[in-house]
Design a protein around this ligand. Structure first.
Ligand code: ADP
Ligand code: F6P
Length: 323
């Protein structure tokens, strides 16, 4: 192997830069040339890539986002788009590709692998919805951001005796909401994996009021059938019955921004290095993730299209601890 390339794709995640840095420096350590592709699969299709040196990745570890840029690229979902990407890789004599990204990005990487091209994925998304790994790059930092917001909301909620519906990201996965709910001491959590009706949430808010609480926090996953706005609309006519006045806070992209925490820097470094080690061992068509505290490679067949259940221990805890 002489030349590899690395790209970041899909929603950016804090810690992606640590992964890029690790791929570049580990790759150079193997005696390979490492190319950085700009803006994910869009850049790949356009052949927008340059050789990276160890110095090019100096000082990026502590930066949020991705220095390579990221993109959603509908064209890559077409066979024509993927053939164009493959042509660019072959023209530049690049022999393998490391894809740092989430569910969709890894589905794209799997498609490339099935076209016969050597690809290794690095699990990276704040959603933690990727099978084949316990945790993905960015989740810890996103959780910390959600928690800081919840802690802040609690003080103003208490002052005004209000209930806050705090909506967090996660796409169709309730992991961020569940964990933020437990760690933030929420009165209720609304997740797509176990849907509840607004009436049930209303009962929980009212029960918190009757127990003498000065506020109620409900963490709502964006992917739930009733998101925070929809639940609030449901209460518009009968807020008085809840005891608390209701406010909605949607955290949105704030959760993806900012400085990666120590865990995500270490995870990014470990998984990025793991991707190069996998390629050096001759492995390909697999995702590099963290399973049971070990950097592990899992074949794409066991990752793509496979759903990842929420940890049942935490689902139970969320119900018990909200009392
Ligand atoms: P993430 O990787 O964060 O889950 P997306 O789902 O938006 O983000 O996927 C990122 C990109 O990966 C898409 O814009 C597209 O280029 C590519 N992609 C997603 N799904 C597929 C698929 N099923 N087949 C091929 N490429 C895909
Ligand atoms: O996949 C990461 C994520 O932040 C999801 O939680 C969210 O639904 C989505 O990306 C938002 O996408 P965009 O940045 O394109 O608005």
């Amino acid at each position: 192997m002489n030349k590899i390339a690395v790209l970041t794709s899909g929603g950016d995640a804090p810690g992606m830069n640590a992964a890029i840095r690790a791929v570049v420096r580990m790759g150079i350590g193997q005696g390979w040339q490492v190319y950085g592709v700009r803006h994910g699969y869009s850049g790949l299709i356009a052949g927008d890539m340059d050789r990276m040196t160890a110095r090019d990745v100096s000082g990026i570890m502590q930066l949020g986002g991705t220095v390579l840029g990221s993109a959603r690229c509908p064209e890559f979902k077409t066979e024509e788009g993927r053939w164009r990407a493959l042509r660019e890789l072959r023209q530049a004599d690049i022999e393998a590709l490391v894809v740092i990204g989430g569910n969709g990005s890894q589905a794209g990487a799997y498609d490339l692998a099935r076209m016969g091209y050597p690809v290794v994925g690095v699990a990276s998304t704040i959603d933690n919805d990727l099978a084949g790994t316990d945790i993905t790059i960015g989740v810890h930092t996103a959780l910390d951001i959600a928690l800081e917001a919840i802690d802040r909301l609690k003080t103003t909620a208490s002052s005004h005796e209000r209930a806050f519906l705090v909506e967090v990201m996660g796409r169709k996965c309730g992991y961020l909401a569940l964990m933020a709910g437990i760690a933030g001491g929420a009165e209720a959590v609304v997740i797509p994996e176990s849907e509840v009706l607004p009436e049930t949430i209303a009962e929980e808010i009212h029960a918190a009021y009757l127990r003498g609480k000065s506020h109620a926090i409900v963490v709502v996953a964006e992917g739930a059938s009733y998101n925070a706005e929809a639940i609030a609309q449901h209460y518009e006519q009968n807020q008085a019955q809840l005891g608390f006045e209701v406010r909605v806070t949607k955290l949105g992209h704030v959760q993806r921004g900012g400085v990666p925490d120590a865990y995500d820097r270490l995870l990014g470094s470990s998984l990025g290095a793991g991707a190069v080690e996998a390629l050096a061992r001759g492995e390909q068509g697999c995702l590099v993730g963290m399973v049971g505290g070990e950097v592990t490679t899992v074949p794409y067949e066991q990752v793509i299209g496979v759903s990842k259940p929420l940890p049942t221990r935490f689902v139970k805890l969320a119900n018990i601890l909200a009392r």
